[in-house]
Write a protein of this length. Structure first.
Length: 500
């Protein structure tokens, strides 16, 4: 790649133009008239948002003070309200709320830019702060200081302020992070391999307001007389460069040392882009072992508290559903027995967590009991399906016995649907990362199923789309995600599609 290739800023091979100032080749970059960047930086946005939240919650407490004498205190005793005390209580609630959202990671720039994605977490944490505030005053015997009318008015006004403020801040930040805005992150890239294009593609997917102002080749940056450093310094002085990214994963060690040493004179962030494999994964992060930084390629899913919460969800909720559906399962079992000759249950071996083989239990819906090296998927108007079986499959009632698998620990309520072992053997060599589905327990329902990928997979592309949904679920699991999938599953069962 040519050392003067660029994106976003015009820079001819000679006499480079930067922010309307010409820097003759070989001259000092300081000849460029400086253009100061805005004082506000991306790192400051979270702190500013925190301060505004505290002021807004405190203001809501002040605005609600006229309501304090409109009702009686919470414990029933009448008392004259103290506006200063109520405002201080509001300020305390504001600081508690800000700390809660800071710990939850809701003050990052990307989170501030996407209010819809973060709104549930914000409102939930604000509700917890309010409940904690009331519990605290009860615990210390000060409940008489809180009027019901003031608390209601304060809660409503503060909630509306939190929601409206989040959307208003997002509106202004989007303008400031747009190309040319004061918060637009301007970067220069060193490298000319396909890793550069892949890095830029993934970076733009994950971060708003990213602009590439120049691309340097490794040779130009390494050579002392190429003028690359002068161009980089001119960009800095013109206020057009925040970060320099070195994308040279295969470069010799001595070359890297030389480039880093030359760049160290620039007052910008300097970072090294990892290799292509790490970028392609898209889920890597910095890990430490023995205080040494490492690039993590795969994260262990559902570890720590997540694994414990998932286990409680399966045992408690799964047990309740199992008991509640026993009458339905009894009716289904009787219908299967009376409809056609054969056993009530169909047991087939499937792969579960870490590839462990387990027997999955379903109501028999076919006249055959395939469980060998060749298992044919059910198709529309399949003559192997019984009359009762067609009804059971349409409304997923044949899957109810798998609640026993959940209670046994073979499966979860939510997770990637387990496939027949014969299908696992076929697809593992065709679809990349197919085996990663086994990093968690399989589920009765899953993210793929509620998004339309249930039933027959007529081609490899459909199966690949199902796998991508499964991997998305594994990488972004949360208790709320499971609850969302379960609610969507109820809707999918009532209005079934692709179920035969």
């Amino acid at each position: 790649m040519d050392g003067n290739a660029h994106d976003g800023v015009t820079m001819p091979p000679s006499g480079e133009k930067v922010a309307s100032a010409t820097v003759p080749k070989g001259k000092r970059a300081s000849m460029t008239p400086p253009r100061r960047r805005a004082v506000l930086s991306r790192e400051m946005c979270g702190d500013i948002a925190a301060i505004l939240n505290v002021l807004m919650v405190t203001g809501a407490a002040f605005a609600a003070t006229p309501l304090a004498d409109a009702g009686v205190p919470i414990d029933g005793f009448t008392t004259s309200s103290n506006p200063i005390l109520l405002v201080c209580i509001g300020m305390m609630a504001g600081f508690a709320f800000v700390e809660a959202i800071r710990q939850g990671g809701y003050l990052g720039l990307d989170q501030l830019l996407d209010p819809w994605e973060t709104m549930r977490g914000l409102v939930w944490r604000w509700a917890l702060v309010l409940l904690s505030l009331i519990a605290l005053f009860y615990a210390f015997g000060f409940a008489q200081l809180l009027s019901r009318s003031w608390l209601l008015g304060f809660s409503v006004m503060a909630t509306m302020g939190i929601v409206a403020g989040r959307f208003l801040m997002a509106f202004f930040l989007r303008k400031m992070t747009a190309d040319g805005g004061s918060l637009c992150r301007k970067i220069a890239i060193i490298g000319d391999s396909d890793v550069v294009d892949l890095f830029l593609q993934r970076a733009r997917e994950q971060e708003s307001g990213l602009q590439v102002v120049h691309r340097f080749s490794a040779a130009d940056m390494e050579a002392a007389g190429s003028g690359a450093m002068q161009r980089a310094q001119a960009l800095v002085e013109a206020g057009l460069l925040d970060d320099v990214i070195i994308c040279l994963p295969q470069a010799p060690e001595e070359q890297m040392r030389k480039i880093v040493r030359r760049l160290s004179a620039l007052p910008v962030h300097i970072a090294m882009c990892p290799d292509k494999l790490w970028i392609e994964r898209g889920v890597g992060e910095i890990a430490t072992i023995g205080a040494m930084p490492l690039l993590s390629v795969h994260k262990k899913p559902l570890h720590g508290w997540a694994n414990f919460i998932k286990m409680l969800e399966d045992k408690l909720l799964g047990g309740l559903i199992f008991v509640g559906t026993l009458p339905i399962m009894a009716i289904c079992a009787l219908a299967v027995r009376l409809d056609s000759p054969g056993p009530i249950f169909f047991i087939q071996h499937r792969q579960g967590f870490a590839g462990e083989i387990f027997p999955i239990v379903k109501f028999r819906t076919m006249r055959v009991m395939e469980n060998g090296d060749e298992v044919k998927q059910a198709t529309k108007d399949d003559d192997r399906i019984t009359r009762v079986g067609a009804f059971l499959r349409r409304y997923s009632l044949d899957e109810l016995p798998q609640l026993w698998n959940v209670l046994r620990g073979d499966m979860s309520l939510v997770g990637p649907r387990p496939h027949a072992i014969a299908h696992d053997k076929y697809y593992i060599d065709i679809i990349s990362d197919y085996a990663s589905r086994h990093k968690v327990k399989p589920g009765i329902t899953g993210w793929a199923q509620v998004n339309g990928f249930r039933g027959e997979t007529a081609d490899d592309e459909t199966m690949e789309a199902r796998v991508r949904h499964d991997l998305k679920y594994i990488e972004t699991w949360s208790l709320w995600f499971d609850i969302r999938i379960l609610m969507m599953t109820v809707a999918a069962v009532i209005l079934p599609k692709n179920a035969y």
